[in-house]
Design a protein around this ligand. Sequence first.
Ligand SMILES: NC(=O)c1ccc[n+]([C@@H]2O[C@H](COP(=O)([O-])OP(=O)(O)OC[C@H]3O[C@@H](n4cnc5c(N)ncnc54)[C@H](O)[C@@H]3O)[C@@H](O)[C@H]2O)c1
Ligand SMILES: [Zn+2]
Length: 360
Amino acid sequence: MKTVEIDLGSRSYPIHIGSGLLTQSDWPSRLKNQQICIVTNETIAPLYLAQTKALFKDKTVIDVILPDGEKFKSLDTLALIFDGLIDAAFDRTCVLIALGGGVVGDITGYAAASYQRGVDFVQIPTTLLAQVDSSVGGKTGVNHPRGKNMIGAFHQPKAVITDLDILKTLPDREFSAGMAEVIKYGAIMDSTFLQWLDDNADALLDRDVSALQYAIARSCECKAQIVAEDELEGGRRALLNFGHTYGHALESLSNYSRWLHGEAVAIGMTLASEFSMALGGITAEAHQQLVEKLQKFNLPISADTDITSDSMIASMLRDKKSRDGNIRLVLLEGMGNAFLSDQYDRKMFTSHLEKVFAAD
Ligand SMILES: NC(=O)c1ccc[n+]([C@@H]2O[C@H](COP(=O)([O-])OP(=O)(O)OC[C@H]3O[C@@H](n4cnc5c(N)ncnc54)[C@H](O)[C@@H]3O)[C@@H](O)[C@H]2O)c1
Ligand SMILES: [Zn+2]
């Protein structure tokens, strides 16, 4: 087992990463809480709920099984968790355990942040995306019909338990979408890791446990380093949005139905890298290597739709990270070194999008 410590003063916590943590490990005995509420969804419950419950034999354990899907990341679904907790008369000493991907993790975290003004929270992330991204950093929340993640709170877990065996049942497309975030960490801050991903691509695609352990731990370290410097998202944390301003626009223009988030981010990273190349920040060779890596992990690199450049720009301007009519972008100055800018040449930005997307 490998442990990555997230260093946030009194809110610090460990991420344990290894094989078999859901069956043969001693972390459950270290949880002091007597009341345990496991929140999962209807896809994951038949696969992993029984074995998770079995970890807490001498305690009071309840479960809440949510419907599966981003569209259920809502206030209505959140209420199901509160109903379960109140029906069982759970008090402020309880712990909520999120057993699932980012959707279950985000809702459960927000329930833990607000139930009786805040209770303990543990994550057992079951998607690669949740293991490398959503379980690190403490952002929790639900969507509003008019906007993603509009209602939420920062609430750090007590621990994250990442069992690598859980990924064996994850569909290939979801696995690749998680790899987009892994590649992102290399692109923004660690070119050596990018090279390692190239050298170990086949093992990762085979879900080899030791390759996964290294890739997930390194990804968590990268995110943890940025989060520790900027827990509440004032500055450097924005670098994690590499590819995301473009990606969010693509997701929104396609009504969140065409691409998984990681797939839209892969296309977004291709665009951000290409624009960085146009600005002279990276070489054509470095850009090509990034594109080939995304392709190696079965990720899309172009939108290939009738989305227009005008609609892309309008959508990017609506992004909550754009300020004063300027689209803030994460760009590359050398592979493995990202920076945040809204001072780039606006004409070049527009003409790049006009080359890639259809005209009106
Ligand atoms: N809090 C954060 O910092 C943060 C960061 C990134 C993303 N997110 C959020 O995460 C969500 C996306 O998370 P996701 O990509 O994990 O999607 P998800 O939670 O919807 O899971 C994807 C699908 O895989 C299924 N699944 C999960 N684990 C499985 C397993 N081991 N075996 C078989 N099937 C499995 C799920 O039931 C679901 O159908 C979004 O809502 C996004 O906003 C949050
Ligand atoms: Zn993302």
